[in-house]
Design a protein around this ligand. Structure first.
Ligand code: GRF
Length: 217
């Protein structure tokens, strides 16, 4: 059965585009049923519309507080009946008003090797710490920020002379590769959130080195 994916994004939308590509070429057995943003002028909405995808803008500044915005966002997204809600550069901290009803069907991609560097400015922080590796993590979203169980990670080397921008570009290539893989694994039901942990085929996920191959099977 082909899955319905809601994507939420606030910026450029290169990850949304990578997911749309993967739906079109069959790496994901599904389609984007809605691309939503909290920023009516976000490039992601223009890109999605240009591909003929349905879009939704819900400006968070029109709501009195986070909980009111999140409740409205929930209702708007639920109307499209997604199987999975995918955050792809959605720059809003979500509250339980949104997270709780979508728990286990809500994933995010974060540009660091979580649990390292939750929050913002991840690449600058990795560079300042003198790290040798950076990367991205696809994880389930739970109430604590950037703290849900990891589904898949990709590592990239930090090179001499890297700036946050050059590092972000190298990491983004990997994001575009692993996000479709993880989304397909969730949609197919092979990956699930069981209580506080992510499982693959009903068992604990393999260690990160073996995980990508296991998910791709
Ligand atoms: C990505 O780096 C993602 O990891 C982070 O926000 C960025 C979104 O980029 N959560 P794009 O809008 O998908 O190009």
């Amino acid at each position: 059965m082909s899955g319905r994916i809601a994507v939420l994004a606030s910026g450029v939308g290169s990850n949304a585009e990578a997911l749309a590509d993967a739906c079109e070429d069959g790496r994901i057995d599904g389609s984007l049923c809605i691309v939503g943003s909290n920023r009516p002028d976000a490039e992601v909405l223009a890109r999605a519309a240009a591909r003929g995808l349905p879009t939704l803008a819900l400006d968070h500044r029109s709501y009195p507080d986070r909980a009111a915005f999140d409740a409205a966002l929930h209702d708007a997204i639920a109307a499209f009946e997604p199987d999975l809600v995918v955050l792809a550069g959605f720059m809003r901290i979500l509250t339980p008003a949104f997270i709780t009803p979508w728990r286990g069907r809500l994933v995010n991609i974060h540009p660091s090797l979580l649990p390292l560097y939750p929050g913002l400015d991840t690449h600058a922080r990795a560079l300042a710490a003198g790290d040798r590796w950076a990367g991205a993590t696809v994880h389930y979203v739970i109430e604590a920020l950037d703290a849900g169980p990891a589904i898949l990670q990709a590592k990239v080397p930090i090179e001499a002379g890297d700036s946050p921008g050059t590092l972000a570009a190298r990491v983004r290539v990997e994001e575009h590769r692993i996000y479709p893989l993880a989304v397909q694994a969730c949609l197919s039901g092979r990956v699930r959130l069981a209580g506080e942990r992510a499982e693959l085929d009903g068992a604990v996920l393999p260690p990160s080195g073996a995980r990508e191959a296991a998910l791709a099977r």
